[in-house]
Design a protein around this ligand. Structure first.
Ligand SMILES: [Mn+2]
Length: 367
């Protein structure tokens, strides 16, 4: 088990790499999607629902050269890339929406998967979602009054439709006046996911890449008038059953799973670790569950994170854990402080995994 750090935007830079190396992270999960581009953060920072809408229209598919330049930059600090996380919505909007560019976009994703494999990155994290991450309200409710992302379905209009030309809370093309709202059933969305996996997993296998699915964040039953896919623990099994391959794997978000109304996070962790289908772990804690929860410091939520490490250790998980979103510490560099706290805590657990002893939750008997 290794501890890594996620870097995106301006943080995916030589100084961000140095920060990760200084923390003792061995691995980096890189994000090339430009989440913040053109976003107006003001209302979200003042407490309105978010995250704010960003713009990815016109973004060109990342090339072998783009990706390998990032890998080389990180290598100079001794860091390896565990995964590249999230496609730009511009690359696969019509795969999500079953639109006319679906086949052309799939050709692009296949090229990207081959390039990622050729660069030597073993994994691509993705989230097959229309509304993506949305519905957070920032509130000072984490330990000591730290500002954190909260989700409360009664606090805002969660069914308000997405603007036209938007998926994943990012604009991939201009809005068309008078456009009709997205209408898709949960079954249809599963069919789209199945098509996506059946097309892409064989290419990923050949390229030596694992496709790793993040569950819905937030795991609401529907959001912005669109269904969600992986909003229960059981649906993670359903996703894996669509294509039986080591390249059909999980970006295992402990926090999002804990937020779901069904399932036991410890049993679920053991189940998927034993199956060898966890590509990497988002190591995040939370208080509460759908329909109301608050993201928490890693050592201050409903999940016993040491128990998660005990289970992963017992099941011989050998992949990477990265911090996910962290509450904002009140200081001049909240992202850096929050991630330093999380990585320090994680390294203490992981490097002492054997000394943590046997798991307390009931182990599933080995066959
Ligand atoms: Mn996550």
């Amino acid at each position: 088990m290794r501890v890594g750090l996620s870097l995106f935007g301006d943080l995916l830079s030589p100084s961000g790499a140095r920060f990760a190396a200084q923390l003792g992270a061995t691995d980096v999960v890189i994000h090339l999607a430009q989440y913040g581009r053109g976003a107006d953060n003001g209302p979200y920072l003042r407490g309105e629902v978010g995250p704010p809408l960003a713009d990815c229209s016109g973004e060109r598919l990342w090339t072998y050269e783009d990706i390998s330049a990032v890998v080389e930059m990180l290598k100079t600090e001794g860091l390896r890339v565990a995964a590249i996380e999230n496609f730009s919505p511009a690359f696969w909007s019509d795969i999500l929406l079953n639109g006319p560019e679906r086949s052309r976009q799939m050709d692009g994703l296949k090229r990207l998967v081959r390039d990622v494999g050729r660069v030597g990155i073993p994994c691509i994290g993705y989230n097959f979602s229309l509304a993506g991450v949305w519905g957070w309200i920032r509130r000072p409710v984490a330990r000591g009054g730290a500002v954190t992302a909260t989700f409360d379905m009664s606090a805002f209009d969660h069914a308000a439709p997405m603007p036209d030309g938007v998926v994943w809370n990012m604009r991939y093309r201009p809005e068309r006046p008078g456009a009709t709202q997205i209408a898709v059933t949960e079954d249809e969305l599963w069919q789209r996911l199945e098509w996506f996996l059946k097309e892409l997993v064989p290419v990923a296998e050949e390229a030596g890449v694992r496709l790793a699915a993040h569950p819905d964040d937030p795991p609401a039953w529907s959001l912005r008038g669109t269904p969600r896919l992986v909003n229960t623990h059981a649906k993670y099994d359903r996703l894996l059953s669509l294509v039986d391959s080591p390249s059909n794997a999980l970006e295992f978000c402990v926090g999002s799973l804990q937020e779901m109304p069904d399932g036991d996070i410890y049993e679920t962790t053991r189940h998927f670790a034993r199956a060898g289908r966890i590509a990497y772990v988002h190591f995040r804690n939370v208080k509460g569950q759908i329909p109301h929860y608050e993201e928490a410091f890693v050592d201050d939520g409903d999940i016993d994170m040491a128990e998660i490490v005990r289970i992963l250790h017992e099941e011989e998980y050998e992949g990477v854990l990265v911090p996910d979103h962290v509450p904002e510490l009140s200081c001049p560099a909240p992202w850096f402080a929050g991630n330093a706290h999380a990585v320090g805590y994680m390294k203490a657990l992981v490097s002492n995994a054997a000394a943590l002893g046997a798991s307390k939750s009931r182990p599933i008997r080995r066959r």
